[in-house]
Design a protein around this ligand. Structure first.
Ligand code: DAH
Length: 338
């Protein structure tokens, strides 16, 4: 056996040994140059070719080529694994904070609604619901709203086939509840309502109300005012005052609209309350005996009061929002503030 054969084996062993310790590109280049450059250890071995006989030449030549291919392959592998590792370590910055999962939260309108429900529950009110698609009877007739009343106009209400209408207020739940139970009644009814309004900063064709109704013996307008004042103070602060203005609703007599102290200026007068110091909330009053007639309650024995509240209106006051459309745009930059 030609001594070169052993030399080649030794070279492969040495090379493999050195390759094992290569940990970075600098060391890799040094190794590559040592073995594979023009004057490197591999090229060195090829010089033996000139000294070989015709028989030896193809055999030794083959060994030499195998040795060279071995070194080259191992170098290629090493280069790939070193550059992969380099890329990965460049991409992973272990000092960066992790990705926090985005957690959903309650819509501001639902937050205010939950608060309102809690406040009334604590005062002994039950929470009732009714359908959004109503009949003419519940939405209008039983509430003593006459046939020629403007709210019955096609221009104001959304009518559906079969004498049905998208409820224009939550007041029909008063009727449905009184049909179900005998006095005493003490309920609120939150829900969606619909009117043919063009959306602007204070109107939306879909909006939410909270209806209130109390029927018992000896219930008075003073009770109404006391309950509304207590609820508004719990919701918006102890500084709140409430005032009633005479008004008209077909289902209450007497009727009032009620205002609360302006939450922006605390009553001294500002742009929000148009210098009046007051913000309008909604309507209220003593249940008209004609309404009791529709549900067979004894109007001689019982009296009652009722009130409405606009949920968006109250949320706007509570959170100082000047355009109600923002509640329905689902912009997360807005929603995540609550
Ligand atoms: N339903 C009335 C509306 O939508 C609000 C209202 C007024 C409700 C007076 C009442 C009430 O219960 O007594 O404008």
């Amino acid at each position: 056996m030609h001594p070169i054969t052993q030399e080649l084996e030794q070279l492969q062993k040495d090379f493999s040994q050195e390759a094992q310790d290569i940990a970075d590109m600098q060391a890799f280049d040094a190794l590559r140059i040592k073995y594979m450059s023009k004057k490197g250890l591999v090229a060195e071995k090829f010089k033996v070719m000139a000294t070989l006989s015709g028989e030896e030449r193809p055999i030794i030549g083959k060994h030499l080529n195998q040795m060279k291919a071995f070194v080259q392959n191992r170098l290629d592998e090493l280069r790939t694994s070193l550059s992969d590792a380099g890329e990965k370590s460049a991409k992973i910055d272990l000092t960066l904070p992790g990705n926090r999962p985005v957690i959903g939260r309650m819509h501001p309108l639902m937050k205010v609604l939950e608060e309102i429900k809690t406040i009334f529950r604590e005062m002994g009110f039950s929470i009732e619901t009714g359908p959004e698609v109503e009949t003419d009877f519940y939405n209008f007739e039983a509430l003593n709203i006459p046939a020629d009343h403007p709210s019955r106009d096609m221009q104001d209400s959304f009518y559906l086939p079969g004498e049905r209408v998208l409820r224009t207020h939550t007041s029909p739940v008063q009727i449905r509840t009184m049909q179900k139970v005998q006095p005493p009644v003490r309920m609120i009814a939150p829900g969606r309502c619909f009117r043919r309004d063009t959306p602007d900063a204070t109107h939306s064709p879909m909006f939410q109300q909270i209806e209130g109704l109390v029927v018992d013996e000896g219930v008075s307008m003073a009770d109404l005012k006391g309950v509304l004042l207590a609820a508004m103070r719990k919701l918006l602060g102890e500084h709140i005052q409430i005032r009633f203005r005479p008004s008209f609703f077909p289902f209450t007599e007497p009727s009032a609209e009620y205002d609360i102290t302006c939450s922006s200026c605390f009553g001294s007068g500002c742009r929000v309350c148009k210098q009046t110091g007051w913000l309008e909330i909604s309507g209220a009053g003593m249940v008209d005996p004609a309404v009791f007639g529709f549900v067979d309650y004894d109007a001689e024995k019982y009296t009652g009061y009722a009130f409405g509240m606009g949920l968006e209106r109250i949320a706007m006051i509570k959170y100082n929002i000047d355009d109600l459309r923002i509640f329905y745009e689902n912009d997360v930059r807005f929603l995540t503030q609550f």
